[in-house]
Design a protein around this ligand. Structure first.
Ligand code: M6R
Length: 609
């Protein structure tokens, strides 16, 4: 995802834009640029590579301006070159734009602009059409030109537009890509993400789909697509800049791994009342509605989907409702069986993942009630849902998701229990037992964190391996999937995850002496089966590291090595065991010298299909 910022006011636009872009650096980018309006002209500078390359090009009084837009680009259409970097400018050099998203019909627009209007394109990007369209429609009213251009565009976009002939304002539009605005003492601000504005204001306006926002140095004006002025209350952001900084840790990922006890505590604290009972009344679920529920779909991508796999088990166990966990990208095209007796639970850290947002819309179109589990307040998924359950992980910056995962798990456990109690399918005793176990989870995670040294030693021993397997049974399958994803995305090791019972149906052919095999054995009723799987792997000379509970006396006799997580119930074991694997992935990636917080080819939120 690209980062966008805009500023108009009394301060130095260049400084404000660079500060905003630097606050978005964590999201990864391969080029950056700014456009300033100065003395009736547009001044555009862009560079491939890091922000410092751009900073070096915008020194001196020539760049003294009070209005401008900026961008960090994550290449999609066209290589990460200076030509393809944003801002893009109209042929007459009077209009500049920055864009996050994809213009799906850019080919047909481009053809029309070239053939009918003689426009010459300077880049290979889809975004450049926006600059030319706005310029084509500009007749002295920038808002109207942007509005007309937006009507021609299909796809997802958040775009900021400036015109040299209209030097007092920035006009921005949004559809299916995040956009926020704010005011500070020095003027008006626009950005794709909250961290870019936090230095200047914590009270932000969330721009909705198809809205147009105009910022001037005095005001933020929001209009719908017919140009009717909208009233919008500001949303207060209660986390601060420090929460989005490394705080002494070498990487955001490590900091976020260590923030998990806090995230879990806060997620629980926000949903348990003084008597310890689950408080989800604000979701508005009634017994009558819950009794009629026939099916639950959990839809999510990547890590969030792995949380959904555990969520399915908990929902079926406690609420006794058939539940299916689907990848958002598959769900939306799968003709799912959804009606008004369906609950669709969407899980998303960012709340901006395009596939999940579209899956949610599809479920709603078919009549489902939509509940989202989201970390980013006011994000698109949250806003499109009927009910929102916020995780209290705090901002997650590293691309590899860690604290979002464990807080999503806790949220799903609470939802499962709540529905179970509402439907009379879970007993108070069962609820009390699970809540007591959840209350222990922060301390259990701290126990694992306290053994980082031994996890680092394990990583040192194995970081050169090229084939690493993770297998388990029951909810350990989800942990295996998530552990494997964590490792591959930041270390680039070829890693596989599998339900252990499936090994003999094909995958066992890959098991040789150079394989490192993690065997998860935390699920009591499947324990003996797992020990047999370990024997099978040993017989093929794989090196087996078992992950089991501390009081397990048998596993160490069969595995080559064992990592013990503290004793805990089978239910909460997924929340505890994953922490060991997060640290393992982190240290393997570090030994291999990888860019841990910004792995290659990945972005923190995937706002394109
Ligand atoms: O923001 P979301 O939770 O919707 O993101 C979904 C996935 O893109 C995300 O979990 C991804 O798999 C993580 N980077 C993995 O660590």
């Amino acid at each position: 995802m690209c980062g966008i910022v805009g500023y108009v006011g009394t301060g130095s636009a260049k400084e404000m834009l660079l500060a905003g872009l630097s606050a978005l650096e964590y999201r990864g980018y391969d080029s950056a640029g700014i456009a300033l309006v100065r003395k009736g002209k547009l001044l555009v500078r862009k560079e491939s590579g890091k922000l410092r390359a751009l900073e070096a090009k915008v020194t001196g009084s020539d760049f003294d301006s009070r209005l401008g837009i900026g961008h960090t680009r994550w290449a999609t259409h066209g290589a990460p070159t200076r030509e393809n970097a944003h801002p893009h400018v109209s042929g007459d050099g009077r209009v500049a734009i920055v864009h996050n998203g994809i213009i799906e019909n850019f080919m047909e627009l481009k053809e029309e602009l070239i053939l009918e209007h003689g426009v010459a394109f300077a880049s290979e990007t889809d975004s450049e059409v926006i600059a030319h369209l706005v310029s084509l429609y500009y007749e002295g009213d920038l808002v109207e030109a942007v509005r007309r251009a937006a009507k021609r565009m299909r796809g997802a976009y958040a775009a900021c537009v400036v015109a040299a002939d209209d030097p007092g304002k920035i006009v921005a539009i949004r559809k299916d890509a995040p956009l926020i605005a704010g005011m500070c003492e020095e003027g008006g601000l626009l950005a794709s993400d909250i961290p870019a504005l936090l230095k200047y204001t914590r009270d932000i306006y969330l721009i909705e789909n198809n809205e147009i926002v105009v910022i001037t140095k005095q005001d933020v004006e929001i209009y719908d697509e017919e140009r009717t002025r909208m009233n919008r209350a500001r949303t207060h952001i209660d986390w601060d800049v420090a929460a989005a900084e490394k705080g002494g840790y070498e990487h955001f990922m490590l900091k976020e791994i260590y923030e998990q006890p806090k995230g879990v505590r806060e997620t629980l604290a926000h949903r348990l009342d003084e008597s310890g009972a689950i408080q989800l009344d604000d979701l508005g679920f009634t017994k009558e509605w819950a009794d009629k529920l026939e099916r639950i779909y959990i839809v999510a991508c990547g890590t969030a989907c792995h949380a959904g796999m555990v969520g399915k088990a908990m929902i079926e166990k406690y609420a006794k409702i058939p539940c299916e966990t689907c990848l958002s990208s598959e769900f939306r095209y799968s003709d799912p069986i959804v009606n008004e007796r369906t609950l669709c639970i969407c899980i998303s850290q960012s709340g901006e993942t395009s596939d999940t947002l579209e899956a949610l819309r599809e479920a709603k179109r078919r009549g489902a009630e939509a509940l989202s589990i989201v970390n980013v307040v006011g994000s698109s998924v949250a806003r499109a849902s009927d009910h929102v359950f916020y995780t209290w992980a705090g901002p997650e910056i590293a691309v590899a998701s860690t604290k979002a995962y464990t807080t999503q798990l806790v949220s799903l456990y609470l939802i499962a229990l709540y529905l179970g109690l509402l439907r009379g399918r879970a007993t108070e005793a069962e609820a009390g037992a699970l809540l007591a176990q959840l209350a222990e989870v922060p301390a259990l995670i701290e126990d694992v964190l306290g053994r980082e040294d031994s996890i680092r030693a394990l990583a040192r021993q194995h970081y050169k391996k090229e084939k690493i397997f993770y297998a388990g049974r029951g909810t350990d399958v989800a942990t295996a999937e998530e552990a494997s994803l964590k490792l591959k995305e930041i270390s680039y090791i070829n890693s596989y995850s599998i339900a252990a019972g499936e090994l003999k149906h094909g995958t066992i052919a890959l098991i040789t002496r150079d394989v490192l095999f993690f065997a998860l054995a935390t699920q009591t009723k499947l324990y003996d089966k797992m020990l047999s799987n370990i024997e099978e792997m040993k017989a093929r000379q794989a090196q087996v590291v078992a992950v089991a509970k501390a009081s397990d006396a048998r596993v160490a006799e069969v595995a080559d090595d064992t990592f013990f997580i503290p004793d805990c119930s089978d239910e909460v074991a997924p929340i505890v065991a994953i922490v060991m694997f997060q640290l393992f992935a982190y240290h393997v990636a570090k030994f291999r010298g990888r860019e841990i917080d910004q792995p290659r080819n990945l972005a923190k939120s995937v706002t394109v299909e």
